[in-house]
Design a protein around this ligand. Structure first.
Ligand code: MC0
Length: 146
């Protein structure tokens, strides 16, 4: 079951300048940054709010690390803007199977690694009324050994 907007992915040419725009204009601070080489992005997660399922909603600012990445190709064609939306679920495997069964192309056979250790997959935008759609299961909270 999809229970929250996990994030909105925004493609940008210059991550540092875009982070500064969101900080100066809205007061949103960076919660997390990382490079995801598999996806070809350097990203910053700005936490907007907690959600009732125990998760959170973020803005995800994305700068490509290479021109032939999904975000690099999209930026070259469209310029900066909203690249995808992501719904949060406790069960990305089950939900992607169910959605595949409804005739929507799920881009990965098995979920891959996303922000902050999450497991992610994508739905083809042409099957989703023009919206590249991601499903996300957040990593479980870290446990501390005593
Ligand atoms: C492409 N299209 C889009 C789109 N990207 N439509 C809406 N939103 C997008 N973001 C459209 C194009 O305009 C084109 O339509 C058609 O889809 C085929 O696009 P293409 O330019 O030929 O590119 P493809 O087919 O090589 O790749 C498109 C595809 C790809 C969606 C399959 O971008 C992909 O695999 N995306 C999933 C991975 C991803 O986006 N990773 C970056 C975020 P026309 O009408 O011109 O034919 S990584 C991330 O978000 C992680 C780190 C996380 O959240 O944790």
């Amino acid at each position: 079951m999809l229970t929250r907007i996990d994030h909105i992915g925004i493609a940008c040419f210059d991550l540092d300048k875009t982070v500064e725009f969101y900080r100066a204009t809205y007061g949103f601070e960076v919660f997390h940054t990382e490079v995801n080489e598999e996806q070809g992005v350097r990203e910053a997660m700005l936490k907007i709010n907690e959600t009732s399922d125990g998760g959170a909603s973020y803005l995800q600012l994305l700068e490509p690390t290479r021109e032939d990445s999904a975000v690099g190709k999209w930026l070259a064609k469209n310029g900066e803007g909203v690249h995808h939306i992501a719904f949060g679920t406790a069960d990305v495997d089950g939900d992607s199977d169910a959605i595949r069964g409804k005739g929507v192309r799920v881009l990965y056979d098995e979920p891959r690694t996303g922000s902050m250790g999450s497991r992610i997959t994508f739905l083809h935008p042409k099957d989703c009324h023009g919206v590249l759609t991601e499903l996300v299961t957040a990593a479980p909270p870290a446990t501390t050994d005593h």
